[in-house]
Design a protein around this ligand. Structure first.
Ligand SMILES: Cc1cc2nc3c(=O)[nH]c(=O)nc-3n(C[C@H](O)[C@H](O)[C@H](O)COP(=O)(O)OP(=O)(O)OC[C@H]3O[C@@H](n4cnc5c(N)ncnc54)[C@H](O)[C@@H]3O)c2cc1C
Length: 381
């Protein structure tokens, strides 16, 4: 396991102060923070952020990015998530698609997509899960059949976050039949234009009334050869490499920071012993998990692929987030302010409804523990 202690340099701390000051300036005084990566999809905010050079920061300058290190990007996204800023429009494109294009994309794809991602103008969804393929992703049944000049894609994806608003989805599909041998073979990633003929996007309403996840039906959608991401048949290896970027970031422990701050605003001044203990415990755990996440960012920066460490950070981080909601709900007591619900009350209600999804999206806790257990058993042999 590589979890080296990772202090931030003075330049990285300066960047943090700059982002924090900008956010204080652009977010309104009565701003209600979003829950981390579940925040609002706000194209205007995304474009303003991009103008500062803070979208797609790790994209090299020749493709329109800032060529910044993984840790400088970490600092910026940590501040955005801590503020609950509306980052959903560019989130997947910049966290996941840009690194995948840099690693597996063709030169033509990089030149077309990366400058648009860095400008905050090109937004992506993840087309992995299906009605019968979630944890067991290798059982995807969406099929791409070769045709003249490209592929015809048919199948159904589910839980596709913001597919109704985004431009493209990277779709994991089967490009050759599953043989008797390796079930991970024969999978490929295709970049599907969500506005293309044959794409139908329908919302899946969530318990809080929000409609940001979707069912995406692909009915013979044509995808030209130039939109195959990476190598045909190598989809499984590519998706697994991507997951190190998806699992370990501050989005896995900062969904509750707004709630914690709102609690401190109401109860932080002169807390009783029970509340004081809860405040201290949450703060200490948050700081420890942050160090683990930062260590993974540093290791990605050094060109390593810390997939197991990333899985562990997601497990620890999202379990922590759920515990924070339960703890604060317990220690806050049930009283609603006579003046109406406070920011804390509103955020608590939102967190209670959303927290169950935190240990599911991006890989469930059981599956992450399975990955870590297998890797540890291998290394102990
Ligand atoms: C809010 C939200 C947004 C999402 N956004 C996207 C998106 O944009 N794109 C996308 O592709 N997907 C998305 N997902 C889907 C997410 O990745 C899946 O929900 C997740 O992979 C789990 O799959 P599943 O829901 O089919 O559950 P299942 O895989 O059916 O799992 C059900 C339960 O069984 C357990 N389980 C399964 N297999 C094992 C095993 N081998 N050992 C032990 N326990 C096991 C699981 O841990 C879980 O508790 C999103 C999900 C949520 C909740």
């Amino acid at each position: 396991m590589i979890f080296d202690p990772t202090p931030l340099s003075p330049a990285e701390e300066e960047l943090r102060a700059e982002v924090r000051a900008w956010l204080a300036d652009v977010l309104p005084d009565d701003f209600r923070p979003g829950l981390g990566l579940g925040s609002r999809h706000d194209p205007e905010f995304t474009r303003a952020l991009a103008q500062r050079g803070w979208v797609g920061m790790s994209i090299p300058t020749e493709y329109g990015g800032a060529g910044a290190s993984t840790v400088r990007r970490f600092v910026v996204i940590e501040e955005l998530l801590a503020a609950g800023a509306p980052i959903a429009a560019h989130w997947i494109a910049e966290r996941q698609t840009a690194p995948a294009l840099l690693r597996f994309g063709t030169e033509e794809q990089r030149r077309w997509f990366l400058p648009r991602i860095a400008a905050g103008e090109c937004w992506f969804s993840l087309g992995m899960s299906e009605p019968d393929a979630g944890s067991d992703l290798a059982s995807v049944r969406t099929t791409a059949t070769p045709v003249d000049g490209g592929w015809r894609v048919t199948g159904t994806k589910v839980w596709t976050t913001n597919a109704h608003l985004n431009h493209f989805a990277v779709v994991l599909c089967r490009t050759s039949p599953q043989g008797d041998g390796d079930r991970h073979a024969g999978l490929s990633q295709l970049i599907v234009d969500l506005g293309a003929d044959g794409v139908q996007v329908s919302p899946i309403p969530l318990i809080d009334g929000e409609e940001h996840v979707n069912e995406v039906v692909l009915d013979g959608v044509f995808v030209p050869d130039e939109r195959v991401l990476g190598e045909v048949g190598q989809g499984w290896a590519q998706v697994t490499a991507e997951l190190a970027h998806e699992r370990s970031g501050p989005d896995r422990y900062l969904s509750v920071l707004g709630l914690y701050r709102a609690f401190l605003a109401v109860h932080g001044r002169d807390p009783d012993a029970v509340r004081a203990a809860a405040i201290g415990r949450i703060g200490a755990q948050l700081w420890a998990i942050r160090q683990l996440s930062l260590a993974v960012a540093r290791s990605l920066e050094q060109g390593e692929a810390p997939a197991v460490e990333a899985s562990l950070v997601k497990d620890v981080g999202t379990t922590f987030e759920q515990q924070v909601v339960e703890t604060l709900r317990d220690v806050a007591g049930g009283e609603i302010d006579p003046g109406g619900p406070t920011m804390f009350d509103r955020l608590l209600a939102e967190c209670v409804l959303n927290a169950p999804t935190w240990t599911l999206r991006g890989g469930t806790t059981e599956v992450l523990r399975g990955i870590a257990a297998k890797a540890l058993t291998r290394s102990a042999r």
